[in-house]
Design a protein around this ligand. Sequence first.
Ligand code: WT7
Length: 664
Amino acid sequence: MTEGDGQLEARLAEQEVFEPSEEFVEQANVSDPEIYEEFEENWPECWETAADLLEWETDYDQVLDDGNPPFYEWFTGGELNASANCLDRHLDERGDEAAIEWVGEPVDEDDRTYTYEELHREVNEFAAALREQGVEEDDVVTMYMPMIPELPIAMLACARIGAPHSVVFAGFSADALATRMNSADSEYLVTCDGYYRRGDPLDHLDKANEGLAGVDHDTTTVVVDRLGPNGDDFGHDLGDDQIDYDDLVAEHEGAEVEPVTRDAEDMLFLMYTSGTTGQPKGVKHTTGGYMSWVSWTSQSVLDIKPDDTYFCSADIGWITGHSYIVYGPLSLGTTTMMYEGTPDHPERDRLWEIVEEHEATQLYTAPTAIRAFMKWGKEFPDRHDLSSLRLLGTVGEPINPRAWKWYYKHIGDEECPVVDTWWQTETGGMMVTTLPGVKDMKPGAAGPPLPGLDVQILDTLGDEVEPGKAGYLTVQKPWPGMLRTLYNNDERYIQEYWAEYSDTDSDDPDDWVYFPEDGAKIDDDGYITVLGRVDDVLNVSGHRLGTMEIESAIVGVEGVAEAAVVGGNHDIKGEAVYAYVTTEDGYEGTDDLRDAIVAGVEDAIGPIARPEQVVFTPDLPKTRSGKIMRRLLENIADGEELGNTSTLRNPEIVEEIQRKADAE
Ligand code: WT7
């Protein structure tokens, strides 16, 4: 007799520790528990293990140069090319194997598979084309593309010629594109006419063009034709400085481009991310350290092997896709999948259909998706054979034990270890998570730091907090995948990540501590539970949004005097955007103004930042010194009891805001 659902849920609900199966451990890439001690004793030379996964043109002289903290350098003197590591070196053995399996929308006949040989050819042709367009080593090329194969092709083509890429998430607005191109002085853009969403064509080039109109220098744009005749209705005409991708590549058929020799510390790419100020931060990643980091973590945490079909459902427009759809998996010579669509189209079993059809061996997704799957119900995964899966992963925000267990049971059939991976755009790759072939799992806790990392949970004074108490997550030693600086802004790099816990006058690396701006606690076994951001950054569906960015979009709307944005709890998104707004004299909080505010946010950032609720109020809760008390607004957003209002200049306003919010 099989266990009934009720019994099973009850058993799972109580279980706090889960062991990886013997079967998994036996085949795992890393299964020796000694690795933690070995790496600690042998630091920083332990990171040769990661660098050894790459092919170097010139060996490095030194693993770590920490002579000028926090400007650390890794594998100095070494030379390599990322595109050669992802493509050329696999050709002999794996040329005919699939490198990318792309699942496109609409659902019929539109999938494409690229073998390593084919991908190599496409990348070479586009690299030649970019060069012909004038792209030189160290020129930043921007990409504004959805999940189509030309995106990783363009990234690898850039890497091949030593031109750093800056990928802007396709869901970001025209303004966001312009800001990023201006900030990086990027003169080249690769984009597309449009793409499909839930089966329907969606215009993209209009938005790209609007963004280009805001760029303050001359640009050249390459446009991929994704929609073919389905895009005719959009009536696009390419401008003088715009070239069709296929036409361009056709001129370079069969071209071969020697991979440019890059220094380990040469920039591989820039990735803009949100911070506490209105200006996004250009996170700089380098070639040697980043590639070592994503290769090693793909191998040891995701357990990727060349014969796998690995599926990460993230978008390449975010760091997860850079590290764990493109560079990590391809450097290991495996098959990486890309999915253009959404998990609920044409039906809510779309992901499971893909897993079954492609016999995916790993699935790496986000808690927000898992919460949605849970809400839709287990009948959707139950329709499919998911037994090809060997490992599951999550990233982007804390996952609560209930969602973790649902994922473990209904997707992994209690056979697959789940890795809950804490990391950031800035860390380049995973930092805190279990090694699935070594460690037990504790739902809700990401796990111990990876071997070779020194992570401590500190209080505001810099002392370690006791197990179980909340504190701040810090990283005490550098690691190869770390960001090197913020583009053209060393000062802000120090201020944002180091100033909090470091002696910034010191040359001694021991005096420098990296602060990622997350709260966390640790248990007696050293397992870390990440509690969320402690700065003014929201995490909406695993996407990072700065409250300041949203507020400045709102105050840019005519009629708005002041705005405060906070994150409120949300069942699926984790956090949602709540906006509290005062109007200028002569303006009322009408539905029209509310619509204009929502449109203003979408224009400035994108639909992901759309406020869940806009509440008009005559005033915002402020301290006597004029500081907005966001904590109280968070209480209102969460429908909680109000915290202490006695330090406010205007305590009466809080209940008024609460009444207005409830009335909507
Ligand atoms: C922030 C980084 C890492 C790639 C995607 C997001 C939160 C990330 C976890 C996790 C709890 C997590 C943190 C972090 N976060 N992973 N497993 N558990 N929180 O990258 O946009 O740079 O955001 O996401 O708050 O600081 P990002």
